[in-house]
Design a protein around this ligand. Structure first.
Ligand code: UDP
Length: 311
């Protein structure tokens, strides 16, 4: 049985990856310290023989010896609220944690998938964002703990690819949503859905004209599975996301309609360094992986609304 290590297995994306790899016949070793990840996301796997959980903080230098064919490096606080709450932990896990996992992958000749982010493009001056764009990140702003942490992770991963021929693949993940997001992680989709369901005001930061492009979790997991299992793509950097772009106000309107909510819109001051536009160019993913998202926004939202209704 092939073995995959998933760091951040208690997280929204990590836990869905665990399900998918188990379904595909892999055994999964999940690592998490649960500062922002949640046990309930993987509770259903705890009695599964194909799953093993290791509770560990990766932000400390460690010489890890865990057999693996694939390492998925997904540990990090990832929502703005989470990385503002855990800024030092965010920088530690993205630097020292990534180094720990790269060393492990290098020693074992394992494939190493680095979870990067559209945040490496910062507040982009190029639209849509293609992999060869270097980005516009404020290195000293409040988001920099995450943005620069992830940029450092990419640099470290490429160092291992160049120096040691580690089988590195970097995935730049754009906004993703779906079941198992945290109700209170502060992100736009869970915030708006929960506000709408409770008929509370929907909080719009700034004028609401900033845009995001939202990918449903199952589509993202399909793409990551391909990145982790295809041959001959070492050293590649690939955007994954849904190129359908919405303003924040449009997002609020759609969610209000789908929940038949009586909420009104409450405009709050804009967030510092909030990217004004974001949309992935996914031509590379289409070409190399034969991948593109399939789930229409409203379908994915209905499933996510169902999750929060029952939660
Ligand atoms: N946003 C908002 N109200 C909220 C939460 C988020 O207007 O209650 C906006 C936020 O300012 C940003 C966008 O929605 O422009 C996406 O924010 P999110 O935190 O989901 O993720 P980001 O893409 O910024 O990492």
């Amino acid at each position: 049985m092939k073995k995959v290590i998933i760091t951040g297995v208690g997280g929204f994306i990590g836990s869905h990856l665990a399900d998918r790899f188990i379904k595909e016949g892999y055994s999964v070793i999940g690592i998490d310290n649960f500062i922002t990840g949640r046990r309930e996301n993987i509770e259903h796997l705890l009695n599964n023989k194909a799953f093993k959980l290791i509770e560990m903080d990766l932000g400390i230098e460690r010489d890890l010896k865990i057999a693996s064919d694939i390492v998925l490096n997904f540990a990090s606080p990832a929502s703005p609220v989470d990385y503002f709450n855990f800024p030092l932990e965010t920088m530690r896990v993205n630097s020292i944690g990534t180094l720990n996992m790269l060393r492990l992958a290098q020693k074992q000749g394992a494939v190493f998938v680095q979870a990067s982010t559209s945040e490496v493009y910062g507040d982009p001056l190029v639209h849509p964002q293609k992999e060869d764009y270097f980005g516009n990140v404020n290195p000293v702003g409040i988001r920099s703990v995450y943005d620069e942490g992830k940029r450092f992770g990419e640099a470290l991963s490429m160092l291992f690819f160049r120096e040691y021929k580690t089988k590195v693949r970097i995935v730049r993940i754009f906004n993703t949503y779906g079941p198992r997001m945290k109700k209170d992680d502060g992100r736009v989709i869970p915030n708006f859905i929960n506000q709408a369901l409770e008929n509370r005001p929907i909080t719009i930061y700034g004028d609401g004209m900033q845009t995001r492009s939202y990918c449903y979790i199952d589509d993202l997991v399909d793409g990551i599975f391909k990145i982790a299992t295809l041959k001959d793509i070492d050293g590649e950097v690939i955007n994954l996301g849904n190129p359908e772009e919405y303003t924040v106000i449009e997002t609020a309107r759609i969610i209000k309609e789908l929940t038949s909510s009586r909420s009104n819109f409450k405009f709050l001051p804009p967030l510092q360094d909030d990217p004004k536009k974001r949309r992935p160019d996914i031509e590379k993913a289409k070409k190399i992986l034969g991948w593109q998202p399939k789930t229409p926004f409203r379908d994915g939202l209905l499933k996510t609304i169902e999750y929060f209704k029952n939660g």
